[in-house]
Design a protein around this ligand. Structure first.
Ligand code: HEC
Length: 155
């Protein structure tokens, strides 16, 4: 092999090494930019994307009453409409008055016997809404008389 050929061969080898080196640098730069733009891929856990759907109240509210259902417009109304008007009319709910324990018991009863679903993280809002707005009413009027001995007036 001539001197010149050997030199050419060395240059060619160097040239190949340079191409590989630049290639690797290129890949590294590319990867760096990619990670810089998507830092989340470095975390093991996928980013928690808990979807919190906040139910919205649809329909008219007049004088603090949701016209379609008759429910009082207070905090928790949307959750109650979403979960408590599917099987029976809202009236079955609004005509009842219960303590918080009573409402929870009614919900459990429906869950055990009427296929009511698990209310999940909406249960608290629903129970509070019911317990506050449909609480047992204090007796405003005197109770109906019982045990009265009636007598007829004579003239
Ligand atoms: C999966 C169906 C279903 C859903 C949803 C449902 N209920 Fe009921 N609920 C029933 C059935 C069935 C009855 C019995 C109806 C009857 O007696 O005519 C009932 C009865 C009731 C009663 C009357 C209980 C009694 O002792 O008379 C109340 C109050 C009530 N539901 C409230 C609610 C509330 C509050 C919600 C929302 C958390 C709700 N319901 C959601 C099925 C359901």
């Amino acid at each position: 092999m001539s001197h010149e050929n050997k030199f050419k061969q060395q240059v060619r080898r160097l040239y190949h090494k340079l191409i590989i080196a630049f290639g690797l640098i290129g890949i590294a730069v590319f990867a760096f930019i990619y990670v810089a733009l998507n830092p989340s891929i470095l975390h093991n856990k996928p980013e928690e994307t808990e979807i919190i759907a906040i139910p919205q109240v649809e329909g008219k509210i007049e004088n603090g009453i949701h016209m379609e259902t008759g429910f009082v417009d207070e905090e928790g109304l949307a959750e109650v409409i979403q979960n408590c008007t599917n099987c029976h009319s809202a009236k079955l709910v609004t005509q009842n008055r219960m303590t918080k324990e009573g409402w929870i018991a009614t919900i459990r009863w429906m869950q055990e016997t009427q296929n009511l679903w698990d209310l999940g993280n909406q249960e608290e809002a629903i129970v509070n809404y019911l317990a506050i707005n449909y609480a047992p009413q204090k007796k405003g009027r005197r109770e109906v008389l019982t045990n009265v001995e009636w007598y007829s007036l004579k003239d």
